[in-house]
Design a protein around this ligand. Structure first.
Ligand SMILES: Cc1ncc(C[n+]2csc(CCOP(=O)(O)OP(=O)(O)O)c2C)c(N)n1
Ligand SMILES: [Mg+2]
Length: 199
């Protein structure tokens, strides 16, 4: 399966549509613009990755397995997801019901200068997820399709995957909270309580 249509949605409007329904979901964001997007709506239940390109989905899997009663949402870029593409197989094998992944797919590596990624050449991340055994996997291009897919990120049996096609608009590459250790400690303390967070 190949995707040849173009994304026209704005990535930060997509982010707003998703976080408006986030409830108490635990979010992990991948390095690159997904982390900068999430930083505009800084939240104690969000862990923003600054490095470890390709690790976001695996971090989400670990979190989902450790916290089976919580919903976990990974939000990352197409380039970051492509670097960790083996994660699809591991998640497909584990099949955590509480995990969803949303890729903000601008078909480029925007942080490093807008080099086109494989999705620009027709590689379908949703196709990979589906064939790896995800419970659901979709590619969305329009606001109507987005509105239909957002609830599936938060409820229903996972693992669920959505590639959300966006335009190539770039935003400032910065977030307000920039200390990685602080972001990690803050996330753990909020989730586990101070007594358990540091052991
Ligand atoms: C191992 C590794 N290789 C390359 C980079 C450089 N790098 C940082 S962000 C990025 C692009 C991320 O692209 P994508 O995930 O599609 O994010 P977006 O387009 O939304 O910014 C790259 C190549 C890196 N940080 N680590
Ligand atoms: Mg990208």
């Amino acid at each position: 399966m190949t995707d040849t249509k173009k994304g026209t949605m704005d990535r930060r409007e997509v982010l707003r549509a998703i976080v408006a329904q986030r409830g108490d979901v635990l979010m992990v964001t991948g390095l690159g613009s997904a982390t900068y997007d999430a930083g505009t709506v800084d939240h104690l239940n969000t862990f923003c990755l600054w490095g470890g390109m390709g690790a976001a989905a695996m971090m989400g899997l670990g979190l989902a397995l450790a916290q089976p009663d919580r919903r976990v949402l990974v939000m990352t870029g197409d380039g970051e997801m492509l670097m960790g593409i083996g994660a699809f197989a591991t998640i497909g094998a584990q099949r955590p019901k509480n995990l969803a992944i949303a890729v903000i797919d601008n078909e480029h590596y925007s942080e490093t200068g807008m080099q086109p990624t494989h999705t620009r050449r027709g590689v379908s991340l949703a196709g990979v997820a589906r064939e790896c055994g995800f419970a659901g996997a979709e590619t969305v291009y329009t606001e109507a399709e987005l509105n239909a897919v957002v609830p599936k990120l938060f409820e229903g049996d996972g693992p669920f995957f959505a590639a959300i096609k966006v335009n190539t608009q770039r935003y400032p590459m910065s977030i307000r909270v920039r200390d990685g250790v602080h972001l990690k400690d803050r996330f753990r303390e909020n989730l586990l309580g101070a007594e358990r967070a540091y052991y």
